[in-house]
Design a protein around this ligand. Structure first.
Ligand code: ATR
Length: 294
């Protein structure tokens, strides 16, 4: 509360946006967006709302009826939200998930900025695009699907997806089959991954494993070598077990803060129609997540 009032003067014409999730108290998105509003002297506020899945429809319709302008959706709402939208953008349809809602003229318009976010993050961290690359994605939930499909849309030659629950890979395989990218499903274990790792340039963890201290994907350290790039969408802790092992093997590594930044910046632009102040948002995220003023 103290933090918000320090940022802005809320009054009768403040535009409200926010995020729905469960759990939601850990979110760094309010810090990132409110810093941007402050820097651009915009009378907007971004709030976090704890919403349970069974209440998602009522919450979104309520947001519309109360005149909110935009909502981000995070775990566990991204897939379910698709069926609640009045209109769905091309990416959200392809990814089967919505992470950004624009409320305009009484309509809920669903977007997905996760694919954009990962592509920008990989470029920023490793200085390459997915074009011509062979990518292994761990995870087939909302984030895994968006990332795998974005790789294919951007011209990756090969996409592998490994997931604990194999059936969740099916819709990804179906979507990638509409592109020129070769696709293969794998089990999420060292043996299956070892068979293809020499044909992989970039490994992206899109599972939630690593978020909790001590959590492990159970992969063997010998999978990682200096020719491999490894990106973990988890950003808290800053170095997960996966990134630690990958770095020890000589791989180039980066964590998910850059994806959070870029998907958030795109959402900011969808809502406000203003260019996102990237440096301000990056600094606010770093401070909120790591307590560092970088
Ligand atoms: P998000 O929107 O962040 O992708 P999600 O849709 O809930 O969240 O997906 C979570 C992903 O993490 C899934 O791929 C999930 O695997 P399952 O499809 O088998 O559930 C993966 N995941 C979560 N906990 C895991 C664990 N302990 N081991 C392996 N994979 C795990």
């Amino acid at each position: 509360m103290v933090q918000y009032s320090r940022f802005m003067n809320i009054n009768g014409s403040t535009t409200i946006v926010g995020v729905f999730g469960s759990p939601i108290t850990h979110t760094a998105s309010p810090a990132m967006h409110n810093a941007a509003f402050k820097a651009l002297k915009m009378n907007w506020v971004y709030l976090a709302f704890p919403v349970e899945p069974q209440n998602l429809r009522e919450a979104l319709l309520g947001a519309r009826d109360m005149g909110l302008t935009g909502i981000n959706l995070t775990v566990p709402h991204k897939l379910l939200a698709l069926s609640i939208m009045d209109e769905v953008g091309e990416e959200a349809r392809r990814f089967g998930a919505v992470n950004t809602v624009l409320i305009e003229n009484g309509k809920l318009r669903g977007f997905n900025t996760d694919g954009y976010g990962i592509a920008k993050a990989i470029k920023a961290e490793f200085n390459f695009t997915f074009k011509g690359k062979r990518v292994l994605v761990l995870g087939a939930g909302g984030a895994g699907r968006a990332i795998a499909v974005q790789c294919a849309l951007d011209g990756a030659t090969q996409v592998f997806v490994a997931n604990r629950t194999p059936s969740k890979i099916d819709p990804i395989a179906k979507e990638i089959a509409t592109t020129k990218t070769a696709f293969r499903a794998l089990a999420l274990n060292t043996d299956d991954i070892a068979r293809v790792i020499n044909d992989v340039d970039l490994l992206i963890n899109a599972t939630s494993v690593g978020l909790c201290e001590g959590e492990s994907l159970g992969l063997d350290a010998k999978l990682f070598s200096p020719r491999l790039f490894v990106y973990d969408t988890v950003y808290q802790p800053a170095e997960t077990e996966l990134l630690r092992m990958a770095a020890a093997g000589g791989a180039k590594t980066a964590n998910g803060l850059s994806m959070l930044l870029h998907q958030g910046a795109k959402a900011f632009e969808i809502w406000t129609k203003h260019k996102a102040p990237m440096a301000v948002m990056r600094r606010a995220l770093n401070t909120a997540v790591y307590g560092a003023k970088t």
